[in-house]
Write a protein that binds this ligand. Structure first.
Ligand code: FAD
Ligand code: UDP
Length: 363
């Protein structure tokens, strides 16, 4: 007889939200997590009194009031607003693309000047119905910004020419004709004051947890532990890559503690030229306005994913989306197993989106 109502595979925000909802509804849950810690890629670890985002900067932002109210049941949030800086060969620009960027790039002072300059810049390269990221980016901001702030960064991050990437990736970035460096168009934004790990700890209270346990290594016997499974790992791994692997990007995080109070003056600095090997440097104390004597930074390098590596970013192009649909059909036929989260549904989802998805799972 199964001992649990639900077996939740993965303790990221997707699995944690589901486990919280199920436990609150009186269900018995077991969470299996293959890493040695909870919270998935949102995991934060305290080093030198600083909450370090071990798997890259995680800024909570959402327009979904239900999700915002939900997460604040488990954590207080500070008022951090993400305003990354782009460093192109020593030239500094504000992101996302806004009047501060246009002023630095071209000296434009009014929105009208900036619109006219972008119009001039894209006149020779405008593509109706853009089919790839390069065309979409040139349409959006013209040649100069594409060359200095988009091309190098994107090609390093995705390991492919911009012309071989889908337009959806660049559409994540706002374009504004105001002097506003807020990276997100979100009504609600902030960082949990005592870190994501503490937040997830509170979310999964009442559920049983086993760390260092890979569900797939003993899939059959694990499956028998519960009536239903919520699987938030990679969907292709679940089916033993039987239709071939989906493509992902892997990221390496090189974390250093420095004897400096302030290394770069901002939480996130993107290196947008092709030559600098890392894509960005994160200085973690600035997420919480920290004044510690030391600082912790992490350099992020992007690699092609291969089986055995951690998959971080799904690459949603036509080929992968078609392959995903094959896996999705297999998933639908899998009795009493539900696939959720960024990896289980192969979507470039932000944290609020996986939480919203998980909140709908029990209903
Ligand atoms: P994950 O966090 O990946 O959790 C899945 C968990 O399942 C992992 O802990 C994994 O170890 C476990 N698992 C997998 N397979 C198995 C198995 N077989 N057995 C047991 N356990 C298993 N989102 C934002 O909203 N804001 C940001 O600023 C932001 N920045 C990001 C920066 C980076 C570098 C990355 C990679 C992502 C970022 N995201 C951001 C996205 C965010 O990380 C995801 O939306 C969110 O973490 C997805 O949660 P999840 O639970 O679906 O997946
Ligand atoms: N991007 C860019 N230059 C930048 C920042 C982002 O060209 O300085 C592009 C790049 O293609 C990236 C996409 O915008 O993949 C989305 O950026 P986002 O910050 O949302 O990426 P994430 O935080 O998910 O890595």
């Amino acid at each position: 007889m199964p001992r649990y109502d639900y077996l939740v595979v993965g303790s990221g925000l997707s699995g944690a939200t589901f486990a919280q909802q199920a436990t609150a509804a009186g269900k018995k849950c077991l969470i299996l997590e293959k890493r040695n810690h909870i919270a998935g890629n949102a995991y934060t670890k305290e080093i030198e009194g600083i909450h370090v985002h071990q798997y890259g900067a995680h800024i909570f932002h959402t327009n979904n009031k239900t999700v915002w109210d939900y997460v604040r049941r488990f954590a207080g949030f500070n008022h951090y607003i993400n305003s990354p800086i782009a460093n192109y060969k020593g030239e500094i620009y504000n992101l996302p693309f806004n009047m501060n960027t246009f002023n630095k790039m071209w000296g434009c002072v009014t929105p009208e000047d900036a619109r006219a300059e972008i119009e001039r810049q894209r006149k020779d390269c405008y593509t109706p119905n853009p089919e790839n990221l390069e065309q979409a980016a040139l349409n959006m901001v013209g040649r100069d910004i594409y060359e200095k702030l988009i091309r190098g960064y994107t090609e390093k991050q995705w390991g492919r020419p911009c012309a071989a990437l889908p337009p959806s990736i660049i559409k994540r970035l706002p374009l504004r004709f105001t002097y506003d460096n807020n990276y997100f168009n979100a009504v609600y934004q902030g960082i949990p004051t005592d870190g994501y790990t503490a937040m997830v700890e509170r979310m999964i209270e009442g559920a049983e947890l086993k760390l260092n346990t890979d569900y797939l290594t003993e899939k059959e016997s694990n499956r028998r532990l519960a009536d239903r499974v919520i699987y938030t790992g990679p969907i292709d791994a679940y089916f033993d890559y039987c239709r071939g692997p989906l493509e992902y990007r892997h990221t390496r995080f090189d974390i250093q503690v420095l004897d400096s109070g302030n290394f770069q003056g901002n939480a996130v600095v993107n290196y947008t030229d092709r030559e600098t090997p890392c894509i960005r440097i994160i200085e973690h104390k600035h997420f919480a306005f920290g004044t510690q004597a030391k600082t912790v930074i992490s350099r992020e390098y992007s690699d092609e994913w291969k089986p055995g590596m951690e998959p971080y970013y799904p690459l949603e192009n036509e080929k992968n989306n078609a392959l995903y649909r094959e896996y999705e059909a297999l998933a639908r036929a899998e009795k009493d197993v539900v696939f959720r989260g960024r990896l289980g549904t192969y979507r470039y989802y932000d944290m609020d989106q996986v939480i919203a998805q998980a909140l709908h799972t029990l209903r």
